[in-house]
Design a binder for this molecule. Structure first.
Ligand code: CA
Length: 701
């Protein structure tokens, strides 16, 4: 798929642009992207496996220019969630129509960003169930249910969610809620290997998407609310062998620590109890990779328990809780750290989305890492060294008066403390911004943050003692005053990371909205808690389009891809996650059902107008015009004029997309046992190829 051909032909007009782009893609004898078969090998399972086998380290590094595919969780290894596709843009997005909708058959929160590899979409639903779909039609290709015990749902903090898969060298990798890491055959969905990455006797869980870093599968885990010790692991994709494991907090202080970094962290912890319940610091979501610096970045979570008075009664920063960590992907060694919330007392975490970008700051090009963690400050760090560059509050922040520009430490004030009394703190454990991914558009220079204003009560639990299988926060009555709909809100926030200030905002009413996607078409997409799906102009925030087709609240992030020259924008719907479960009045205000679904939109839907047919003929592409003529000579009598089947026989627009060059084989040889005749002797192979090109040039069914 050539993004360049789209750009070049965009001025010709939308529909024509689609057709010409499609033709440009199939000008050679190569199998069409999205085709599930080839003349030599029409087996769709083999074709899927082959397409996924071509996703290697080089291709992942080059993903930025591969607009048709979405090869990893954040689209590119810098996790910008910026797409170069421009077929859908600010001028035509109001024409976007539902192309297809697929229901997962699952309830509860759906948080996945789907991946697309050459026309196949891979995603997860709740309970870590994996789906492979035809990305052009939404047709289910395979499904893998890891059969997670329902009892595991008792020891996850924030719903039985999963954020998606990784694809690498022919396999699909998924972290399973119960702590497994599974490698599935991308063709069939059959498991190749599974390993337990956690101690099943402890309350670990996995909700995050694996990442592929230079031939290794990287996976973290969650569970800090229940009392665990955080770590991140690297596995061998070939057989699931553990390559390295890096703990984020020290272990038993009477023993040597596993690394020098943990020896350095040890004096920042006080008391003699914290290590017995793990200490926390779980790596449950954010990761990014810079192949030039060869650094893997991960975010670590809150302490076990939340309350610092209990966890570390003599004070201390408690490294490396709530920190951005730069690791050597070869061995997992911690190269540098930056702690966003020293001695985290509020479940503020630094597990939120990490984005790598190159920004001009004070006249100098800087390689930076960006984060908007739960604590309410937007951070810009030098990603080579971890040097603090700047931080400003992006929502209402009451617990600190800013971040000291010299030390990079928050200027904490007394209002956030709760040693004896009660504190109402903004933001709170739900975060100024949580796991819902943000996005960065290098053309506007803005970061698009699903931001929210939620305050929360904190009061020390005087009777605290660790209880296995329970919430171990050390905070009492956490949820009592939750959460009147009048007191909370959410908005899409466009943030300038250089000026460290708001560019624009779009109010969304309720909090707990979806992640964001931004594109070179000057667009930002976001789904909402109350089930809308929005497109806004990236430069100024003007609302351009919205859909109500999702059928549920949307918390996941949208993504975009192309098949056969058509750009799709897709999002997973499925109301759930922490706030949806515990948010009481404010969550009920969304008035949505929890129904898992994928919705995909495109500029071309069912309608083929007379104008569109004229435009097609006006393209004067000889192959398409001849294909149209041949189609109406040989095929239209049974399969419908203008490529549109009336419902009696198969719609050949769909068949041409599904079969690729195998379509020509069917035309030549017929389908024995059906009324489809063979056209051998009546049509040449070139003829059937031109019919296929005509069908592919039509707007899809
Ligand atoms: Ca937490």
């Amino acid at each position: 798929m050539q993004v360049g051909s789209w750009v070049a032909h965009k001025s010709v007009g939308v529909l024509l642009g689609v057709w010409i782009a499609a033709l440009g893609c199939f000008g050679s004898d190569e199998a069409a992207p999205g085709a599930v078969g080839s003349a030599a090998n029409p087996d769709p399972v083999e074709a899927r496996r082959g397409a996924a086998a071509a996703v290697d380290d080089a291709r992942l590094r080059a993903a930025g220019s591969d607009g048709a595919n979405w090869l990893s969780y954040g689209r590119t290894q810098d996790e910008q969630r910026f797409s170069p596709l421009v077929q859908v843009d600010a001028a035509n997005v109001d024409q976007l129509k539902l192309a297809w909708r697929f229901e997962t058959g699952l309830r509860r929160g759906h948080e996945a960003t789907p991946l697309v590899v050459d026309g196949t979409m891979y995603l997860t639903g709740s309970w870590s169930v994996v789906f492979a779909l035809n990305a052009a039609t939404g047709e289910l290709l395979w499904k893998w249910d890891p059969q997670v015990s329902q009892e595991v749902g008792r020891v996850v903090c924030c719903d039985v969610v999963n954020r998606g898969v990784a694809v690498y060298e022919g396999r699909v990798y998924v972290g399973v809620l119960d702590g497994r890491l599974a490698a599935l055959d991308a063709g069939s969905g059959e498991p190749v290997w599974q390993v337990q990455t956690t101690d099943p006797e402890l309350d670990y869980s996995i909700t995050g998407a694996p990442r592929v870093v230079d031939g290794r599968i990287i996976i973290g885990n969650g569970g800090a609310e229940f009392g665990v010790r955080g770590y991140v692991s690297a596995y061998d994709p070939a057989d699931g062998d553990l390559l390295w494991r890096t703990y984020t907090v020290p272990g038993d202080p009477s023993k040597p620590q596993a690394s020098e970094a943990l020896e350095r962290a040890l004096p920042t912890w006080t008391g003699d109890e914290w290590w017995k319940v793990g200490g926390g610091g779980t790596v449950w979501d954010a990761m990014a990779y810079d192949p030039e610096l060869d650094l893997l970045y991960v975010g670590s979570g809150n302490g076990s328990p939340w309350a610092k008075e209990i966890r570390s009664p003599g004070g201390g920063d408690n490294l490396y809780l709530s920190s951005i960590l730069a690791l050597d992907p070869e061995n997992g060694e911690i190269r540098w750290h930056y702690q966003t919330t020293p001695g985290d007392n509020w479940d503020f975490t630094a597990t939120q989305h990490l984005i790598l970008a190159d920004l001009e700051i004070d006249g100098e090009e800087r390689k930076v890492i960006l984060q908007a963690p739960k604590n309410g400050f937007f951070y810009v760090l030098d990603r080579e060294t971890g040097e603090f560059l700047s931080a400003e509050a992006f929502v209402t922040v009451t617990w600190a008066d800013g971040v000291d520009p010299e030390t990079g430490r928050p200027i904490q004030n007394a209002s956030g403390d709760y040693p004896e009394g009660f504190a109402l703190v903004m933001p709170t454990y739900f975060g100024a911004h949580n796991w819902q991914p943000m996005s960065f558009n290098p053309q506007t220079g803005l970061v698009y943050i699903p931001a929210q204003e939620i305050g929360g009560p904190y009061q020390l639990d005087g009777a605290y003692s660790y209880r296995r299988g329970q919430f171990n926060t050390g905070v009492d009555n956490t949820f009592i005053t939750l959460f009147n709909r009048e007191l909370v809100s959410g908005h899409l926030l466009a943030w300038d990371p250089v000026k460290q200030r708001e560019a624009w905002r779009h109010p969304l009413g309720l909090p707990w909205n979806g992640g964001t996607l931004t594109t070179a078409g000057n667009l930002v997409f976001e789904g909402t808690a109350d089930g809308r799906f929005l497109a806004l102009r990236a430069s100024d925030g003007k609302l351009l389009w919205q859909s109500h087709s999702a059928g549920s609240g949307i918390i996941a992030a949208p993504m975009t891809y192309a098949v056969d020259g058509v750009q799709y924008v897709a999002v997973v719907a499925g109301w759930g996650g922490a706030f949806a479960m515990v948010g009481g009045d404010a969550a009920a205000a969304a008035q949505v059902e929890s129904v898992g679904a994928v919705v995909a939109y495109a500029l071309v839907g069912d309608a083929i107008t007379a104008d569109a047919v004229k435009a097609l003929m006006a393209s004067r592409d000889p192959a398409v015009v001849r294909g149209a003529d041949l189609y109406h000579t040989w095929c239209a009598r049974c399969h419908g004029a203008n490529g549109i089947a009336g419902g009696v026989n198969p719609d050949l627009r769909k068949s041409a997309r599904a079969l690729g060059v195998a379509f020509d084989v069917v035309v030549q040889k017929g389908l024995p046992g059906t009324s489809m005749p063979d056209f051998q002797g009546r049509m040449s192979a070139e003829d059937s190829g031109e019919i296929r090109r005509y069908l592919l040039a039509l707007p899809p069914r």
